[in-house]
Design a protein around this ligand. Sequence first.
Ligand code: NDP
Length: 449
Amino acid sequence: MSKDVSAKVNAFMDKVIEKNPGEDEFHQAVREVAESLMPFLEENPKYQEAKILERIAEPERVLMFRVPWMDDKGEIQINRGYRIEMNSAIGPYKGGLRFHPTVNLGILKFLAFEQVFKNALTTLPMGGGKGGADFDPKGKSDNEVMRFCQSFMAELQRHIGPDTDVPAGDIGVGGREIGFLFGQYRRLRNEFTGVLTGKGLTWGGSLIRTEATGYGCVYFVEEMLNSKGDSIKGKICTVSGSGNVAQYTVEKVNQLGGKCVTLSDSSGYIYDPAGIDAEKLAFVMELKNVRRGRIEEYADKYGVKYVNGKCPWEIKCDVAFPSATQNEISEEDAKTLVKNGCKAVGEGANMPTTFEGTQVFLNSKILFGPGKAANAGGVATSGLEMCQNSMRMSWTREEVDAKLHGIIKAIHSQCMQYGREGNWVNYVKGANIAGFIKVADAMLDQGLV
Ligand code: NDP
């Protein structure tokens, strides 16, 4: 990047930081986009004149609200709920809800900002949003989770709707939580609509939605490898996390003939050199989705190594799938992965690589699929769930999977189109520019709104 362009990025970021103090993750996400967009904007002054980048970095609306609820002991608890309605230029706000004690405004704004570009890449008409609460579902009874969800939705329901804003799940919000949230919405509004995605199959959910983020991420990595005449088959993969995205990443890697050797949670990681096969994965699903236990139990059951307090990036691999949370791959981790021969990274999680770690991957010119492209399969299938709800019909598993696969291929092509640099593809740049153009053109068409 030239000195002049770099100065423009810094000037823009100074304003973003001044306006949004203390929101480190938001600054990080905006900087990454600004760095890859600025040279493109210089060549396309119409976007600069209309201040599209400045407008995109400002949410259309931010909602913050009190969520009081009663625990099993009869004690009153108070959490803070949020919904960031970031951009609706190309469709209703769409994006997940995260329930985790670390949730704050900056984290949700970074997620909502990323979502705008990701949703544009899916080719479906969805704007970007994100929400959640600093509520920790860990250690809570089902009844406590239900009372929390009901209180959360008592407020959220007045701001969302099938043509306005359609939330889904994210960390800490899975099928159980979506059920409680949907039930409360339906009761308060007296209407049965597709206001949430990730619903149960008997009440408006779509086949493959549960699997979609993990499957989509593996499809994306397969596309990147295919472009180099390679494939997942026979590859050793490290996966972090052990929730929704991680579980279905392992399932799809197995189906394509690769081998996953790690999983983790916020306490540590397991290393199983023999590979996490279908039977072991079924154990993980029961452990995490039903018993809600710790991944360490896997090591006890299968007699493999458990490493406390660390992420799995020190394990040698061909492909890494960070699928837990933001900033879980540091600069050092990225260097270790590259040094150990990692050929491809598929970000199942949102912004799992630090800014410095991303530079390491880009400079080493490995295949690096950023979250807004690699994990877009989840929201894409949510978009397909919205379609089915509007039509009041449902597609088969094969139909949804084929559409998901087609969308991932389309995202990969867009990244290639805008990210090609010689015989290497900068997928970060490609995803940012392709996502931006769609939203920016819609904003230009719609005037100053
Ligand atoms: P889950 O809640 O199902 O699983 C999250 C996993 O990540 C758990 O293993 C959890 O461990 C671990 N984790 C969470 N926070 C931390 C932390 N601070 N440090 C270390 N590990 C942590 O969430 P999902 O699988 O749905 O989401 C994972 C990632 O994928 C997130 O970044 C999310 O934004 C992203 N994503 C999810 C989509 C979806 O459709 N679900 C769509 C697109 C992206 P523990 O149990 O110990 O907390």
